[in-house]
Design a binder for this molecule. Structure first.
Ligand code: 3NM
Length: 528
């Protein structure tokens, strides 16, 4: 038995039936270990005991030659016979307590978990690690339990807070989605996964060495890069000046670069939102077909997903995945999420499929996402006097969703999970026209596209986390300030007599907005 503490980071689960034709199983295992597999589980569902013994024993020989632990799926007898380093048990397999009695002291015992309850039991039973899954659909396993998505995996991870139990995720994981998983499946206490377990992405690869190396590099990129931070000043006044001037610079960038802002939005506001984008100096494209998402993600600066009339869920799913893959910011506006069960489950599905950079909503929408009953919804509007502690609410939700939260209303609140910022700009006429909230979403997406343009030209990032914090905070603040400051300027005009003349005046003021006007009029407060 190996003595070092196991490294779960790239956890290979074997699957001989997935090997490409002509590939040699033992060579694949060795190549995977050379590529970076840190632990191997021998999983044989169909073979006879005699064959299983032979396969497990030879696999162990290869693993131990490279100082990699080997676990046996399900069969404690085989683990004992070949003196493996431990076992992996399913929920229907032998209970942990009995396996522990049978196996030598110090053996690793892991268990599959598909729910918070499974994980609680694993804690109670003293498992060494849990395998959380399936994260995504996979054909590798029959009798698949319900898929969890990164968010569901994060909730299960939460159960392990304060314990020594390690956690890997499994199910449909590939090098192309592993960062999405690692960033998405993090508990609110910031506990990350200890590893990712993979069958098909390695076993079915033409080059298992390269496939494992890719996974290993992704995992290392995740653990090495600390969350980028906005360059905060040392006190609240420095910080507010920094943020406002950064946001104002983004307006300049938007005017210089003219980024394409891809928007999937509702048909009530589409034309108005496109005009607001143009007025800010960017270029809107309101495309919804699944088939064009990949191409659009390559050329756009940011993606807005507003599900006001949720007709295009498939397009939204695909657009978000493509935006994550090309590291473009996603601004998600879950319009009226609290109004119907359909909207709640659609939002959950979308947020499980991709990582948003900014979630923007009114108090009822943000409250629904935060599971708070303090503010109720009436259709697309919020009811009541608001939250008792909005700073803490947005901060908590930003931490949970690992993105910027922008809650718009009479006062606007923005947080990156650490700092909470209150914006006191705006005019009441904004609440009297349709789609002003949606226009804020468009404006935030446009400013995030500006931030993305700066980040891309500086080439300072090496993983997807960079576009989720820092610049996105300035993008959210800039986007809100643009609309609210323009609303003040429009409302003060002689030619504005009411809501009918206010809307075109608002577009004019967006068109004429300058970085200087933003800086002069911004009224923001920082809550540390
Ligand atoms: N266990 P692939 S999913 C072996 O949900 C296994 O517990 C799962 O295969 C679970 O990496 C799974 O090819 C198969 O998707 C994972």
């Amino acid at each position: 038995m190996l003595t070092n503490a196991p490294d779960y980071s790239v956890y290979l689960v074997t699957g001989r039936d997935l090997l490409p034709s002509g590939a040699d199983y033992y060579q694949v295992i060795e190549q995977a270990i050379k590529g970076g597999a840190t632990i191997v589980q021998v999983r044989e569902k169909k073979c006879q005991t005699w064959d299983f013994l032979e396969i497990a024993s030879r696999t162990k020989e290869i693993c131990h030659k490279h100082n990699v632990p080997v676990l046996i799926n399900d069969r404690v007898d085989i683990a004992l016979a070949i003196e493996a380093d431990g076992v992996h048990l399913g929920q229907e397999d032998m209970p942990i307590s009995i396996a522990r009695k049978l196996l030598p002291k110090g053996s690793i015992i892991g268990v599959s978990c598909n729910s918070v309850e499974d994980a609680r039991n694993a804690v109670k039973d003293g498992a060494g690690y849990v395998g959380i899954g399936p994260v995504w659909f996979t054909q590798t396993k029959s009798d698949l339990k319900p898929t969890l998505g990164p968010r569901g995996a994060g909730e299960i991870l939460e159960t392990l807070s304060g314990t020594q139990i390690k956690a890997v995720a499994i199910g449909g994981i590939k090098s192309s989605n592993v960062l999405r998983l690692l960033h998405g499946a993090v508990s609110t206490s910031d506990r990350p996964l200890d590893g990712v377990a993979v069958v098909g992405d390695i076993m079915a690869a033409q080059d298992p060495f390269a496939a494992t190396l890719r996974l290993s590099e992704c995992y290392k990129a995740f653990t090495k890069s600390p969350p980028p931070q906005f360059s905060l000043g040392s006190n609240a006044s420095d910080l507010s000046q920094n943020i406002v001037s950064h946001a104002a610079t983004l307006l300049k960038t938007i005017r210089e670069v003219g980024p394409l802002v891809h928007q999937i939005t509702n048909n009530v506001v589409m034309n108005q939102s496109a005009n607001a984008t143009l007025a800010l100096g960017a270029s809107p494209i309101m495309a919804t077909a699944v088939q064009e998402m990949e191409d659009l993600s390559k050329v756009s600066g940011a993606l807005l997903i507003n599900f006001g009339t949720i007709g295009d869920k498939l397009g939204m799913l695909e657009a978000g995945k493509c935006a994550n893959a090309t590291r473009k910011p996603i601004v998600f506006d879950p319009v009226a999420i609290g109004a119907t069960q359909h909207r709640r489950s659609a939002a959950n599905e979308l947020l499980s499929a991709w990582q948003a950079s900014v979630i923007k909503g009114n108090p009822a929408e943000i409250g629904a996402l935060a599971n708070s009953a303090e503010v109720k919804t009436l259709g697309v509007d919020s009811l009541g006097s608001g939250f008792a502690d909005p700073a803490n609410l947005v901060r908590r939700l930003a931490k949970k969703e690992r993105c910027i939260i922008a809650m718009t209303g009479k006062k606007d609140w923005v947080s990156d999970g650490k700092v909470a910022i209150c914006i006191n700009n705006g005019h009441e006429l904004l609440s009297k026209i349709t789609g002003s909230g949606c226009m804020v979403g468009t404006s935030v997406a446009t400013f995030c596209a500006g931030a993305s343009a700066v980040a891309t030209s500086a080439s300072t990032y090496d993983d997807e986390r960079v576009l989720v914090r820092g610049d996105m905070l300035a993008g959210a603040i800039g986007g809100i300030l643009a609309i609210t400051v323009a609303s003040e300027l429009a409302a003060s005009r002689q030619d504005v007599k009411g809501t009918g003349t206010f809307l075109p005046a608002l577009i004019d003021e967006l068109y004429n907005l300058t970085p200087e006007k933003l800086v002069d009029r911004a009224q923001i407060e920082i809550f540390g």
